[in-house]
Ligand binder design. Structure first.
Ligand code: ATP
Length: 238
């Protein structure tokens, strides 16, 4: 469904990503691990059309969309749930959802909102509340719901557990699994490797802007993954 090869992204003279390869398959969760500054966020933003890559391919359903802008990616069924959730805090929950479904007709958006409320009952309960008044976990659910409003086939998620209480992390991860089980390809960046591995089918490890390991989560020997992440973190501090 999503296949990224040899992705290269720079900020001026800084080559932040230089050889990232990732894939995400329908109904599966691919977990992306890497130390701080490894290039995970940059990769996700480049794939989703928020930052133009220097080179590489981004195949969605076999079509190379590398370098297309975010609205084109959304039209092609790929959407990013950004780091920090970025809900519109002064708008209500339902208004946030409607923004996610802005391309659909009113009737189609109403039907999708009903599905989102079914999947996230907490959002139905809070539909008239200002999004800024929700807890961090509820805002994360809203960010997922808003992404689902565009009826994506691929969802990229950037650190959904960031800043959440441990019990909330479990609920959010369970929702991530459910979203994939609903027939969506999920590519998730997560600092919380243990929580991520519990729900992942596949794992990719990025070190210094490059994919250094790719494989089934069952084969992602924890010690090996931690060794890679630990070593890169150590090098960066050296
Ligand atoms: P973290 O987990 O800390 O968010 P990350 O793996 O997501 O890390 P990125 O945020 O993608 O890493 O950063 C990759 C590299 O690009 C880092 O060296 C970072 O300093 C650099 N970088 C990120 N954003 C910019 C920017 N806007 N301008 C210049 N350099 C940047």
């Amino acid at each position: 469904m999503l296949e990224v090869t040899d992705l290269n992204v720079s900020y001026g003279a800084v080559n932040a990503v230089q050889g990232v390869a990732l894939r995400a398959d329908t109904g599966k969760v691919t977990l992306v691990l890497g130390a701080n500054g490894a290039g995970k966020t940059t990769s996700l933003r480049a794939i989703a059309g928020y930052h133009k890559p220097k080179s590489g391919s981004v195949l969605v359903d076999g079509v190379d969309l590398a370098g297309r802008r975010a609205h084109t990616m959304v039209r092609n069924k790929l959407v990013l749930v950004p780091e920090g959730r970025r809900v519109f805090s002064t708008l209500t929950v339902e208004e946030n959802l409607r923004i996610g479904g802005y391309r659909a007709s009113r009737g189609a958006a109403d039907a999708t909102i009903a599905e989102v409320y079914e999947q996230f009952p907490i959002l139905a309960d809070r539909k008239d509340s200002q999004a800024g008044l929700l807890s961090g976990g509820e805002q994360q659910m809203l960010a997922f719901g808003r992404a689902l409003m565009s009826q994506p086939k691929v969802i990229l998620m950037d650190e959904p557990s960031m800043g959440l209480a441990p019990t909330m992390v479990d609920s959010v991860m369970t929702k991530v699994r459910e979203i994939a089980d609903g027939g969506i390809a999920v590519l998730i960046v997560e600092q919380n490797a243990d929580a991520g591995i519990r729900i992942a089918d596949d794992v990719a490890v990025i070190t210094r802007g490059k994919t250094v390991w790719n494989g089934a989560a069952a084969d992602a020997d924890k010690a090996a993954v931690h060794a890679v992440l630990g070593e890169s973190a150590f090098d960066e501090n050296a």
